[in-house]
Design a protein around this ligand. Sequence first.
Ligand code: CP
Ligand code: NVA
Length: 307
Amino acid sequence: MKHFLDVSDYSPAEIQDILDLAIRLKQEYFAGGNKPLFKGKVLALIFQKPSLRTRVSFDMAMRHMGGDALYLSPNEIGLGKREAIADISRVLSGYVQAIMARVFEHQHVVELAKWSSIPVINGLSDYSHPCQAMADAQTIIEKFGAMKGLNVTYVGDGNNVAVSLMHIVTMLGGNFTIANPEGYGMPQAAQAIGAKLAQASGAKISYLSDPHQAVKNAHVIYTDTWTSMGQEEETAKREVVFPPYQVNAKLVSEADKDVIVMHCLPAHRNHELTDEVADGPHSAIFPQAHNRLHAQKAILARLFEVA
Ligand code: CP
Ligand code: NVA
């Protein structure tokens, strides 16, 4: 059974193939609509946390392709609380054709996959956000033609989004730089995977603390919220540490002249990203959000083995 828990579970060729398919499905969608390749298929959407993009883009991806989606809120499912994850997974396997889950603990999506006889997709955990990374890579490739040789700089918290971004960028031959405050770097395990992926592709990874040094020659500047879902009690502390890592017009002016600015959203405007940049000429945040739809169609098509 193939699942989609992390981009690093796939080979660079497999990821490139899914990205190529995403670009093709996007063209088909805008040229009159997608073929109903998901007819008869239902995707269960398990959410332990709030969502706009992930929820709506997966639902619409299924509908555009002739399938359907079923939203299961935290109150209904009670993952591991009302019912054991192993039992939820085996029950759903008899009702629907795939599961997407947004969880707090990464281990919970791993556990769902372990017991499931249908594909399980990680829709964000505390460790990674692989569906976001696919849309991010698609956006970068659409803008620059290919990932290889680009300089992608992430400024801010070494969180789930940063981990998946580092893995997809380096596996496709892009150089990845992160600038984060001390104590807010990426987990060691994610760094170790990144090192292997970079070695295989010939990419370079740089871990810095100075955002100004990090954005020099950057083709992409990426940022995300300073406080992720589940870390709310740290908000006040983080609001003190992170302001030097704000992506503002000054920082953007220090990068490559054709730099694009990305953010997975939701953004906390004028905290990690200023309005001026979010709504300015370098911003790619809305095309990036829209690519979730197309990238996820491609992921689903490969998991369903229909395209
Ligand atoms: N980027 C992202 O995953 O957004 P949502 O939390 O709204 O799904
Ligand atoms: N890092 C953020 C991403 C939200 C899509 C979080 O985990 O809350």
